[in-house]
Design a protein around this ligand. Sequence first.
Ligand code: X8Z
Ligand code: ZN
Length: 601
Amino acid sequence: MLAIALAHALLLPLSAAPASPGRPATPAEARAFVGRINAELEPLAYRENTAQWIAGTFITGDTERQAAWATEAQMAATTRAILEAERFRGLRLDPETARALQLLRTGGKLPAPVDPARRAELASVGSRLEGSYGKGKYCGPGGTGTCRDLGQLEETMSRSASWEELLDTWQGWHAVGAPLRSDYRRLVELGNEGARQIGFRDMGELWRSGFDMSPAAFEADVDRLWAEMLPLYRELHCHVRARLQERYGKERVPDGKPIPAHVLGNMWAQQWDALYPFLEPYPGVAPLDVDGALRAQGWTPERMVRTGESFFTSLGLPALPATFWERSMLVKPRDREVVCHASAWDLDARDDLRIKMCIRPTEEDLRVVHHELGHNYYQRAYQAQPHLFRTGANEGFHEAIGDALVLSMTPGYYARLGLAREAPADERALVNFQMRVALDRVAFLPFGKLIDQWRWDVFSGKVPPERWNAAWWELRRKVQGVEAPVARSEADFDPGAKYHVPAHTPYTRYFLASVYMFQFHRALCRAAGQTGPLHQCSIAGSREAGARLAAMLALGASRPWADALQALTGERRADPSALLEYFAPLRTWLAEQNRGRTCGW
Ligand code: X8Z
Ligand code: ZN
């Protein structure tokens, strides 16, 4: 009944939706409504999480359908609640109720159309897209070789230096995107319809609305952050390009041009740390071969996760529950298709925490383990909050917790883990280590920004489907200084070859996290009583830092994110100064290397 009445109401603009008959709504009713919605949505989230977990750890048509049904139910209840809450618009509400209603409206990233058939279609298209990506393979070269999954292809991308082999691998994986295009098109149409029905111009506007400021102010803030960090990125880009010219020649890696996307050690050229052995500023000085040590010592995935857990417990946070170890997926199963892209879960908001990951014994995966555990510890810390507040202060916060701790994984910390030898402090060793971190964190910045720049334009219609791939590469060239290694066309759909696009996960969160993690690190270092340079600080073992972190995590989304930031750092704005301070030594070194070179693209 209710759904039908609402569907009719939707034929009118939202503001003209008929008020409920009788008295106008009151603030007390709004408060009671939020209580009811929290109670109603909580079990639906549990069901959806359960179905999604099963689908992600066992991809079949059946599990995909089950997941879509659970999503559909959750979407239906959310849309209904959002439309019902229109009654309270304009009322003077207590801050908690106002915030809960705001989060209700902006929390869902895939807003469903009111029409049940279209809602069902959206849920099933969304589910299918993630499944198709998860099953993606390349059976090459030339369609004749054995089939390799993304994990295997990524290994080649990070290890090989052969132009041809890298090109073949890059093209092989990017072909996975093309068949997703038509589903993606439908996802955009239906998601936009859902967004309009809850009062947004399109999904992009909805995505930009979750940051306690207007969508336009948010966009400007992201641009501000990028402008401050761009000079550092340009120095790194310039140096890496010059070195790649030595490897491949200037015909293949020309001066003044974007770098071909397949030679940066990563399928998406998003992080370049795999190139470290080649780019090591002072070869052989304080060698740090964590990959080699993990392999030589036979580290198991479980040991890597236990090591991650012990970082958190060293801060005074509790050990993970026994069920975490029973239920997590830490290795890729041999007998079924799964979504390997790492994720962290809290199924029931009562301690059923898990991670899902296909762990390999590499330094990168050790870092990702910490990243995922950061999510789990955040989820656990805000379990006492009401359902609508059980999320990060903003999306970027959630992505920054584990990574802030990773900044404490200094060479000294690796030495304590037995994964490196204790090396004396030395200026050259410092530059070496900074290069490793920069190839990961600084290289990532423009990539972290541009994915949603592309999607915002796709959602708004500014970029029509006939230009989707062209617009993608324009941004990659312009923002990142990276170029497709072979001609691309609209028969390709390269954004579809990056998990977060088919999985419909916003990406600006990672860009923000790149800034926040350094701010968090700086504040935690101070809390730990460390007064030396940021890049030397490790908070491992500091109960004081742990207590500060825990206090912020426990807030969940109950307060505006600036309050949460202030609780931890005393600051109220995203501020790249911590990142720039951290990399100051490397920046000086890069500037010297680049003297006389033509930088930019
Ligand atoms: O997707 C992730 C995490 C899960 S939230 C593994 N990350 C982004 C990516 O892989 O593209 C972490 C860094 C950026
Ligand atoms: Zn994450």
